[in-house]
Write a protein that binds this ligand. Structure first.
Ligand SMILES: NC(=O)c1ccc[n+]([C@@H]2O[C@H](COP(=O)([O-])OP(=O)(O)OC[C@H]3O[C@@H](n4cnc5c(N)ncnc54)[C@H](O)[C@@H]3O)[C@@H](O)[C@H]2O)c1
Length: 697
């Protein structure tokens, strides 16, 4: 039963009940329609209340239905709203909890709207690249005023019930016990003659509308490059001001239909579902018991240790941070304080909160102080011998049942786990730098990691507002293993004649936050250099350009040394083209005897992105990643892949996997190419032939 019906004291109470968030899929719409029909013919009923079970009114439309015939199957949200507006008995929307999208539109179709205090109400459609398509853009401005409505619709951000009530969007915020308050309101409506005010009948008057919308458009255009939806939201709200309601509704539906069909909306919807799917692990059921994490310890107060600690302090969890030397400990703690103080200066944190967070931090040099921690995260030097020493110490000092995590980026987690006598309690928690800012967290699942440890860290990730994605154990895990192939390809293109600036410029125009060389300069080119030194020994069959090594031999490690692929001026992060790099590249090309050629920007983007995609296909077929969409989440949240393209896997599918493979074959036939690099992974090849997506069964 998706909508429960109950009548008492001349009032029908319809409770939408479709756990977890009462989404308005077909079954729920049918349930609501049936309940409204019952209320219509129930002679004792003089007013109708619609409310929600599960602590929410409704999360809105079921977006999985989009593009399928079910979405348009009767009753649609439009049909329901027509029924509500035609009702001869007053209908009251009783917003007991979160009310989003289609739910807000249904409420706007009711004669009255009341809500509990502090409840979030919104029209978040723009966040998935569309606009409210069931009258939200036409009715909200009529009750809440054009300004607030436009803000809510363009940003997609919800507002508290009090804010909406002040603007006129709600008839009342019900203080005290909710349902008795709602019933009292309903009785008053009946006592006042059961009037039937309809939002559609309200006339909007907006003096200076043309200027208002011109300004709104300019503002929205400046912040929504690559995303068509926000500007169309402005168009829709303008239609509410200019047109009669039915014409406005028709215009809204037209704009909605245009947006649903855009690749940007498809990408945003994919990203939305991908993020939800990433939190699920196929062999770890939702009901898996979790361990309580009340206190945390962090080993190493360097770049990562400090940032990692801040996540837990922000979430109100006490952190004990350990270093080997007092000086390093003091420096680490001072950096954490400085970060908080900067946030205070920017007005984003109060001094009081800053002090509260710092008070939760306990610095120590002594492993004995970690004995009560439920979770420890190691972030010491990336050296297996140091890790061995630390994990042996942790095994001795941590209480039984504590989770032992490593933030290693490249080392074998199984080896690390086996330094302890409790490998089942060991897991990788690979944070990204800056760890207090970046949303991505790769959870590295060791061969022995127990399912309750996994369930616990996935739950904890949500608490510290990270997007956790599970990776199996392999060199570089998912994200860095892929980026290595991207960087290799970027350097091959330098060898063939492209410039550093051209490559960065092309992929930045594609939408990456930063090209490979600016990224190298930021992260430190020495990191890649060390990895390559290791590869030359471990994988002598792999071909690498040595152009990057030549730069590193000159000490050009990037921003930290004031020079890398670009030149930098003191105190300035702006990248300036470097004549020295141009010379180094010219000499290197001569030394290896390449014939320089013009490379198009299109080729640059394809080679960089398809290098990612092919490695990702290997990662999938090896079972290192659970699903292709997880890989997209990693690239969208941790590597600056353009959101409106949905991640590398979604993007490749939108290009067509057959076309991707055909391009790769073309690259392999380039006389300078390393054909082994462009051999398509079997999974990619198979899917290119079958025409199925990566995640299709
Ligand atoms: N920097 C990054 O971008 C990044 C990103 C993800 C993961 N990581 C990983 O995080 C770990 C730390 O990297 P980082 O960049 O923070 O290094 P860092 O050099 O900034 O910090 C390491 C800290 O560990 C301390 N330390 C060393 N041995 C110790 C020991 N035995 N006991 C206690 N403290 C000890 C050092 O004094 C130093 O303060 C590495 O495993 C690295 O691979 C780094």
């Amino acid at each position: 039963m998706t909508a429960r019906y109950q009548a008492q004291d001349n009032i029908a109470i319809i409770t939408i009940d479709n756990p977890p968030i009462n989404s308005m899929g077909l079954a729920t719409r049918q349930g609501l329609e049936a309940a409204l029909a019952t209320a219509a013919v129930d002679a004792s009923v003089r007013a109708i209340v619609i409310t929600g079970a599960n602590g929410v009114l409704t999360g809105g439309a079921d977006i999985r239905e989009f593009g399928s015939p079910v979405a348009m199957q009767s009753p649609t949200l439009h049909d329901l709203i027509r029924t509500l507006e035609a009702s001869t008995k007053p209908v009251i929307s009783a917003i007991n909890g979160v009310c989003m999208g289609g739910g807000t539109e249904i409420s706007l179709g009711c004669h009255y709207r009341v809500a509990a205090p502090g409840v979030m109400i919104g029209l978040p459609e723009v966040k998935i690249g569309i606009l409210p398509g069931a009258g939200g853009t036409q009715r909200l401005p009529r009750v809440a005023g054009v300004e607030l409505a436009l803000d809510m619709i363009v940003s997609g951000d919800a507002v508290k019930s009090e804010v909406l009530a002040r603007a006129g969007g709600l008839n009342k915020v019900i203080e005290g016990d909710f349902m008795p308050g709602v019933l009292a309101f309903a009785k008053q409506v009946i006592a006042d003659g059961a009037k039937l005010p309809r939002v559609r009948d309200i006339k909007i008057s907006l003096p200076g509308a043309a200027t208002f919308f011109a300004e709104a458009r300019a503002k929205v255009a400046a912040t929504s490059k690559h995303f068509p939806a926000p500007l169309k939201c402005v168009d829709a709200v303008e239609a509410a001001v200019q047109l009669e309601i039915d014409e406005g509704l028709a215009r809204e539906f037209e704009l909605f239909s245009e947006l649903v069909a855009t690749p940007e909306s498809a990408a945003l919807r994919h990203a939305f579902f991908a993020e939800r799917a990433a939190s699920k692990i196929s062999d770890v059921p939702e009901a898996t018991p979790v361990r309580a994490i009340k206190t945390v310890a962090v080993i190493g107060a360097g770049t990562m240790g400090g940032g990692i600690s801040m996540n837990f302090l922000n979430a109100g969890l006490p952190v004990t941070i350990l270093e080997t030397k007092q000086e390093a400990l003091d420096r680490g703690v001072a950096t954490i304080r400085k970060n908080y103080e900067n946030t205070v200066k920017r007005g984003k944190l109060t001094q009081e909160k800053c002090e509260q967070r710092m008070a939760l931090l306990k610095p120590t040099l002594n492993f004995a102080d970690l004995k009560d921690a439920d979770l420890v995260i190691e972030a010491v030097f990336e050296d297996i011998n140091v890790k061995e020493q630390v994990f042996k110490k942790l095994d001795e000092s941590m209480k039984p049942g504590a989770i032992l995590a490593s933030n290693t980026s490249t080392l074998d987690l199984n080896r690390i786990a086996n330094f302890t006598k409790r490998p089942q309690d060991v897991v990788g928690l690979h944070f990204f730098s800056p760890a207090n800012v970046m949303r991505l967290l790769e959870v590295v699942r060791g061969a022995a990691t127990s399912t309750d440890v996994l369930a616990t860290v996935m739950r904890l990730a949500k608490k510290i507002k990270k997007v956790a994605v599970v990776s199996g154990v392999c060199d570089g895990f998912i994200g860095n293993r892929m980026i290595e192939q991207y960087s290799r390809q970027a350097m091959f293109m330098l060898d063939e004649g492209a410039s550093v600036e051209q490559i960065d410029g092309a992929i930045e125009a594609f939408g990456f936050a930063m090209g490979p060389f600016r990224m190298g300069d930021l992260a430190g080119n020495d990191i890649g250099w060390h990895i390559r030194q290791r590869r030359y020994v471990e994988r002598p069959e792999l071909v690498y350009s040595k152009a990057g090594d030549r730069l590193c031999e000159l000490g050009r490690f990037g921003q930290k040394t004031g020079a890398g692929w670009y030149d930098y001026k003191p105190g300035d992060r702006k990248a300036h083209p470097s004549p020295i790099v141009t010379d180094v590249l010219r000499d290197y090309r001569l030394a290896i005897g390449t014939t320089v050629r013009q490379i198009t920007d299109e080729e640059i983007c394809q080679r960089l992105v398809y290098a990612l995609v092919n490695e990702a296909a290997h990662i999938l077929e090896e079972g290192i990643a659970q699903r292709a969409s997880d890989i997209d989440v990693i690239y969208l949240t941790g590597y600056g892949f353009p959101l409106w393209r949905g991640g590398p896997m979604h993007y490749a599918e939108s290009v067509g996997l057959d076309k991707v493979v055909a391009s790769m074959r073309g690259f392999a036939s380039n006389p300078q190419a390393d054909p082994a690099f462009w051999k398509p992974a079997s999974l990619l090849e198979a899917r290119a032939i079958s025409g199925k997506g990566f995640d299709a069964k």
